[in-house]
Each structure stands twice: as structure tokens, then as C-alpha cells.
Write a protein that binds this ligand. Structure first.
Ligand code: PLP
Length: 456
């Protein structure tokens, strides 16, 4: 098909996700046809640098024949059998591999097809577990303001982003939201925010206060990302996770680390929990586990969570037809092997400072107010006036800035990244993990060119 034919059919038949369909009435939708390493090619022959790993997914890069061949081989051998009261070698081997990579006794893996189902499954498991151990009142969850945890009704309730929830209310009751670790626009006073110890204590106390306010005996779990994505890559202050872990232990609440973005090398470690030195009770994962060569997600659980389900006729009455699909599990194993054998995690760890330096260098531009993140996961927050960051854009101004200027110009320049105006405007970078100095330079050059030309 020609580019024009594809664009016309897309306009008439494809319901793209999180999109204003009306935006494509007069201009073509981007249609990507091919990927190679950190590059993407579209139907009109344009080439792009994938500075977002295509939505935080393609860790090992595009166009890998080894991962494609693994998928072909598994499909030819056993395309499908469910993991409902049965198993296949790829699921077994992957579960064992994840248990080996995960910290502590996170040894039991429940597979899904993606991240929302993983979060949904973790909340359901928390409820089912507490019923098994005689605490049926524990049903609620605590998460953080703005945090994105997915779109199924349970995961959407865990999500703390009102703009994507309102259309679907009423949601699942029992999810409450507390201050996140945004230091640039902190929920706490400037004296608290500048001090690592006090800021960590204040953010952790917000979790504790919510547990106490809800009634500790009614709270099942706290869901946190190692580095919070939405709002723009909020890293935790030092000591934050140790304090939250203590609080969860004090009140008998489960700690869930949502590793859907931060897992599989994004922060230079297998999991964000390892990078920040805490042991969660569950880790949800998806995205980078397969580098996108097949869909997969899941929950890794500590031994004690599975324990009540190992006895008598107990069962966790939950499953998904394609959860733990053989092709996806085989691809995940091969992807993990690539991340290991090519030293990709240590590459991220050793290149993160170079990446940060390039992005921090953009602070000389008047529109750049803050640069924050970790590993290969960074955000540049745009402001009206760098000298007065408290002067915030109105929603209309944010939209005009991001949709009218920044996003189309970055695309035009050939950089795929996320220019987000749902909260204060940010440009997020999450490049393919194999990017080297040359690609990091390109990212900086394209950002500088576009951001120096915007008018606020
Ligand atoms: N959790 C986090 C932290 C995410 O970033 C996402 C998606 O971006 C999800 C859950 C939902 O994952 P999925 O889109 O695979 O359902």
C-alpha cells in the first residue's frame, strides 16, 4: 500500500490510543514501518532517533534478528498453550530466571500480557492474600499523585492522574493518593524540600498519614514506581524507600514496586528496587522484559505471598488467556540473555552521567526550568520564566506550547520522545539502552535546536 492509502485507512478505521482522533482530519497520522537499532523509519521514508524506546519498551534496540528468530522458533514448536493448571518450558524457565534476577525472596511469578494487567493482578492478589490469612478488611491501596499505573478499572483507580480517570468514574473504590517526590514543585516547604533527609521523611510521612487516616487494618498495599514517570521522572530522595518499607512493615501493608518502566535496565539495574536498595513484596513488570518483540507482563511475589495458596484447596482465582504466552516468554528469555551478554545494564550505568550532563547543559535555555531523572530515564521541565519557576502555565498555554510548538518540531527534527502537557510541561527521554555517545549527542543537539526556538 502507498503512504497515502495507509494514512487514509488509518484515519477511517484505526482507533489510536490516548489520541485526539480529530487531530488527524487534516494531517496524516505518523505510520512507522521499520526499526533498526536506535532508529525508526516511517511510511514516508523519514528517519528518526528513538529517544523514547518506543514508549519505554525497546531496551535492546529495533530490528534484532536474534529476538525475531527466537519468536519464530517458539511459534513453530509450540505457538500456544495456556498456563492455566499447566505449564510450558518457556514460562517455567522465564519464571526461574526472573526469580534469580529479582532481589531477596521474590521467587514466584504470575504472568500477564502487559502492565495494567500486572497492576490489576497485584491489587487482586493483595486482597486475596489478606482474605487467606484472616484479614479480609484489608482491601485499599495507597499510591501517589499523578502516578500512572495503567488503564484497566483497578489499575486506573491506582493511577493518580485525574485527567484520565474522570471519563470513567465511578472507579474501583479504595484507592487514595499522596504526595509524590517532585522536588521542583514540592508539596512541602522550601526548607524541607532542599534537605534530603527532611524531604524523604515528609514524602514517606504522607504515605503513613494516608494509611493511618484510612485505618491501617483496611489497607492492603502501597504502589510506588522507583522513579515516577508521570509529571516527569521524579527520582526518590535518598532514604525514601527505606522509610516507606519501614512504614509498610509497621502497619502490615504490602509494598508493590511498579517496575513497568524502571525494570530491565532502564535505571542501569535489573529492577529499580535494586538500584534504590529496597525489598518490595511484589514487583509488577512489562514493557522492557521483551524489548517489545512480543507482549508480556507480570508480578513477581515474595514467598510468603504464595504460601497460603500452596495449601489445601486454596487458589488465586485469576487468569488471562494470553498471560505467559509461549512466544512472549521465549522472547523475554532471549532478551534477558541479550541484556546480559552485551553488558547493556553496565553500559547504562556507565553512560548515565554523560547523558545527564548533556541534558543538564540545556539549563542555559530560558525555557528549561528543571532536568531530573536517573539512568536512561530523564525529563526536562519547561517553564515560562526560569528565574520564576512558580509562574506556571495555564492548561491552554501548556497545550499551545507542547501541541503547537514542541511536539511537532521535535518530530520534524527527527527525535521521538514524549512531550507531555497533562501536568506541567515536560519533554521525557528514555532512549533505547544501546545508545552510545553519538546518539546522546544527537538527542542533545535536537533538543537544543527545538527548545531554543520556542516562544512562551
Ligand atoms: N505501570 C506503569 C508504571 C506504567 O508506566 C504503565 C504504562 O506505561 C503501566 C503500569 C501500564 O502498562 P500497560 O500499558 O502495558 O498496560
Amino acid at each position: 500500500m502507498t503512504a497515502e492509502e495507509l494514512e487514509d485507512l488509518a484515519r477511517r478505521h484505526l482507533w489510536t490510543h490516548f489520541s485526539r482522533l480529530g487531530a488527524y482530519r487534516d494531517r496524516p497520522m505518523p505510520i512507522f514501518t521499520r526499526g533498526d537499532g536506535p532508529r525508526l523509519y516511517d511510511v514516508r521514508g523519514r528517519v528518526f532517533l528513538d529517544g523514547l524506546a518506543s514508549l519505554f519498551v525497546v531496551q535492546a534496540g529495533h530490528g534484532r534478528a536474534d529476538l525475531a528468530e527466537t519468536a519464530r522458533r517458539q511459534a513453530a514448536e509450540l505457538a500456544y498453550y495456556p498456563i492455566w493448571s499447566a505449564a510450558h518450558p518457556a514460562a517455567v524457565e522465564l519464571a526461574a530466571k526472573l526469580a534469580e534476577l529479582a532481589p531477596g525472596d521474590l521467587n514466584r511469578v504470575f504472568f500477564t500480557t502487559g502492565g495494567s494487567e500486572a497492576v490489576e493482578s497485584a491489587w487482586k492478589l493483595a486482597r486475596a492474600y489478606f482474605k487467606q490469612v484472616g484479614q479480609p478488611e484489608r482491601t485499599k491501596v495507597v499510591a501517589r499523585n499523578l502516578a500512572y499505573h495503567g488503564t484497566t478499572m483497578g489499575a486506573l483507580s491506582v493511577t493518580g492522574l485525574p485527567a484520565i480517570k474522570e471519563q470513567f468514574e465511578p472507579l474501583v473504590p479504595g484507592a487514595v493518593h499522596v504526595a509524590n517526590t517532585n522536588r521542583f514543585r514540592s508539596a512541602f516547604s522550601p526548607e524541607v524540600t532542599v534537605d534530603d533527609e527532611r524531604f524523604a521523611a515528609a514524602c514517606a510521612a504522607a504515605v503513613e498519614d494516608a494509611i493511618v487516616a484510612e485505618g491501617p487494618e483496611t489497607v492492603a498495599a502501597v504502589f510506588l514506581e522507583p522513579v515516577q514517570n508521570t509529571g516527569g521522572c521524579f527520582p526518590p530522595p535518598p532514604g525514601y524507600f527505606a522509610k516507606v518499607r519501614e512504614i509498610c512493615d509497621r502497619y502490615g501493608v504490602l509494598l508493590v514496586s511498579d517496575e513497568v518502566i524502571c525494570g530491565f535496565g532502564r535505571l542501569g539495574a535489573w529492577f529499580g528496587a535494586q538500584r534504590y536498595g529496597y525489598l518490595p513484596d511484589m514487583m509488577t513488570f512489562a514493557k522492557g522484559v521483551t524489548s517489545g518483540y512480543a507482549p508480556l507482563g507480570g508480578v513477581v511475589c515474595r514467598d510468603f505471598l504464595a504460601e497460603p495458596f500452596l495449601r489445601g484447596d486454596a487458589s488465586y482465582a485469576h487468569g488471562i488467556t494470553f498471560g505467559g504466552h509461549p512466544v512472549s516468554c521465549a522472547v523475554a528469555l532471549a532478551n534477558i540473555e541479550v541484556l546480559e551478554s552485551e553488558g547493556i545494564l553496565s553500559h547504562v550505568e556507565s553512560s548515565a552521567t554523560a547523558f545527564e550532563e548533556r541534558l543538564q547543559g540545556l539549563r542555559d535555555l530560558p525555557v528549561v526550568g528543571d532536568v531530573r531523572g536517573a539512568g536512561f530515564f530523564w525529563a526536562v521541565e519547561l517553564v515560562k520564566d526560569a528565574g520564576h519557576p512558580e509562574a506556571r502555565f495555564t492548561p491552554e498555554e501548556r497545550s499551545a506550547l507542547i501541541r503547537g510548538q514542541v511536539a511537532p518540531r521535535l518530530f520534524e527534527a527527527g527525535l521521538i520522545c514524549r512531550a507531555d502537557e497533562r501536568v506541567d510541561p515536560v519533554v521525557q527521554l528514555s532512549p533505547v539502552l544501546t545508545c552510545g555517545e553519538a546518539e546522546l549527542d544527537e538527542i542533545e543537539t535536537m533538543l537544543r535546536k527545538v527548545l531554543s526556538g520556542v516562544v512562551v
